[in-house]
Design a protein around this ligand. Structure first.
Ligand code: AMP
Length: 399
C-alpha cells in the first residue's frame, strides 16, 4: 500500500493509542455473539500494539442505537469475547467519552487493553460533530483506523477525530484491505476474472464500469442477470429485475465489447413457481434455457452456467467475487453460489471475496479457508472497488 502510513511506521511505546475497530458483530436475541469474524479480523493490530507496549483504547459501533444508550447494544459481550481470545483482562469503559472514559484510559499501563462503550450511543458520532470528535481525541496520543467496514463513512471516530490527533495511521486490517481490493485489483495479475452477483444492477453498475477497464472476463449472476437478460430481449417471468436499468446494462455490455472484455451471462436458470423466503422453501422447480415463463421466478444459475463460469474462473490468475449467484439463503437455490465458491476456492490464482453476502456464501459453502482474502467491508468494499476515495482512509497521514 503506497499511500497512507500504517502502524508499522510509528513508535507506540507508552502511548495512548485510540484504535477504531469494527466490532459490529451480529448478536442473538439474548445478546450472544453469533459470528465473531470481525473480532478475529481486528486481533492482529491489537496484538501488534500490545507487543509494542501501547496503551490500547478500542472503539467501535454496534448496531443502530441511533444516539440512545440501548443496553442490548452494549459492547460488553465483545469485551468478554476479546478477553477470551487475547487471554488477558480487558478493561470495559461504560462510556466512550467524558470523565469515566478518561479516568479509565489514564489508568492503563503499557500493554493494557480497554474497550469503550458503543460510539453510536451518541448521535454526534454519525453526524461527525466536532466537539464529540475532540472528546474522543482526549483519549488518544495516536489514532489508528482499522475499521474498514466503516471507512466509507466520515464519522466522528473515522474522520472527525483525525483533526485533533497529530499521528493518524492505518491498522493491519485496513492495510490488507487496501492491498487486496486496491493494488491487486487495479494492477491485477492477468487473466483477471470478476464475478458479480446479488440483487441489483444499480448497486454494482459503477463497480462493473470501473472493472471493465481492468478485467479480462466479467461474469454476471444473481438477480442482476435478469436486467441484462431484459436488455438482450429475453423474457424473465416474475424474476427480480430493474427494468429502468436496462439501458445501463446495455451500456455495460457495449463497453465490454468495445474493450474486448469477455462478458458472461447465465445460459440456464433454475426457476420456481413459488417461494417462501421466511420458511426457506420453494414450490416446483425447473432448469430452463432461454425465456422464463410468466408465473415463474429465476432463483439460481443452472448447471450449464456453473460449468461455463467454472472454466473462466479456473484459467484466471486474479479473481474477484462480489454477490451471490442466487437466493443462496435458501438451500434449494444455493447450488450455483456454492459451486462458484468451490471454483474460486480451487483456483490457483489470487482469490479475493469482496465483502457482504459473498463472504457469507463462501463461508456456508465450507471453502473459506482456501480463498486468498475475504474483505470485511460490504458497502466500503463496493465503494472502494468503484474507485471512490474512502473518507476514513483519506484522513490518515500520507507516507
Ligand atoms: P447483494 O447485497 O446485492 O450482493 O445481494 C444479495 C442478495 O441478492 C441475497 O440476499 C440474495 O438472496 C439476493 N439474490 C441473488 N439472486 C437472486 C435472485 N435470482 N432473485 C432474488 N434475489 C436474489
Amino acid at each position: 500500500m503506497a499511500e497512507v502510513k500504517t502502524v508499522k511506521d510509528v513508535d507506540f511505546s507508552g502511548k495512548k493509542v485510540f484504535v477504531r475497530v469494527d466490532f459490529n458483530v451480529p448478536l442473538t436475541s439474548t445478546c450472544e455473539i453469533s459470528d465473531d469474524t470481525r473480532i478475529d479480523a481486528a486481533l492482529p493490530t491489537i496484538q501488534f500494539l500490545i507487543e509494542r507496549n501501547a496503551r490500547v483504547v478500542l472503539a467501535s459501533h454496534l448496531g443502530r442505537p441511533k444516539g440512545e444508550k440501548k443496553p442490548e447494544l452494549s459492547l460488553a459481550p465483545v469485551a468478554r469475547a476479546l478477553a477470551n481470545k487475547l487471554k488477558k483482562p480487558i478493561v470495559f469503559a461504560k462510556d466512550c467519552i467524558g470523565p469515566e472514559a478518561e479516568k479509565a484510559v489514564n489508568a492503563l499501563n503499557n500493554g493494557d487493553v480497554l474497550l469503550l462503550e458503543n460510539l453510536r450511543f451518541y448521535a454526534e458520532e454519525e453526524k461527525n460533530v466536532s466537539e464529540f470528535a475532540e472528546s474522543l481525541a482526549k483519549l488518544a496520543d495516536i489514532y489508528v483506523n482499522d475499521a474498514f467496514g466503516t471507512a466509507h463513512r466520515a464519522h466522528g471516530s473515522t474522520e472527525g477525530i483525525t483533526h485533533f490527533v497529530d499521528t493518524c495511521v492505518a491498522g493491519l486490517l485496513i492495510e490488507k484491505e487496501l492491498d487486496y481490493l486496491g493494488e491487486k485489483t487495479s494492477a491485477p495479475e492477468k487473466p483477471f476474472t470478476v464475478i458479480l452477483g446479488g440483487a441489483k444492477v444499480s448497486d454494482k453498475i459503477k463497480v462493473i464500469d470501473t472493472l471493465l477497464e481492468k478485467a479480462d472476463t466479467i461474469i454476471i449472476g444473481g438477480a442482476m442477470a435478469y436486467t441484462f437478460a431484459l436488455a438482450n430481449g429475453k423474457k424473465i417471468g416474475d424474476s427480480l429485475s430493474e427494468p429502468d436499468k436496462v439501458d445501463v446494462a446495455q451500456a455495460a455490455m457495449d463497453k465490454a465489447k468495445l474493450k474486448g472484455v469477455q462478458f458472461l451471462l447465465p445460459v440456464d436458470t433454475m426457476i420456481v413457481d413459488s417461494l417462501d423466503f421466511g420458511a426457506k422453501t420453494v414450490g416446483n422447480t425447473q432448469i430452463i434455457e432461454g425465456d422464463i415463463p410468466d408465473g415463474w421466478e429465476g432463483v439460481d444459475i443452472g448447471p450449464k452456467s456453473t460449468a461455463l463460469f467454472k472454466e473462466a474462473i479456473a484459467s484466471a490468475k486474479t479473481i474477484l467475487w462480489n454477490g451471490p449467484m442466487g437466493i443462496f439463503e435458501i438451500e434449494a437455490c444455493s447450488k450455483g453460489s456454492f459451486a462458484v465458491a468451490e471454483s474460486v476456492a480451487n483456483s490457483n490464482g489470487t482469490s479475493i471475496i469482496g465483502g457482504g453476502d459473498s463472504v457469507k456464501a463462501i463461508k456456508s459453502s465450507g471453502y473459506s479457508d482456501k480463498v486468498t482474502f475475504m474483505s470485511t467491508g460490504g458497502g466500503a468494499s463496493l465503494e472502494f472497488l468503484e474507485g471512490k476515495v474512502l473518507p476514513g482512509v483519506a484522513a490518515l497521514d500520507k507516507k
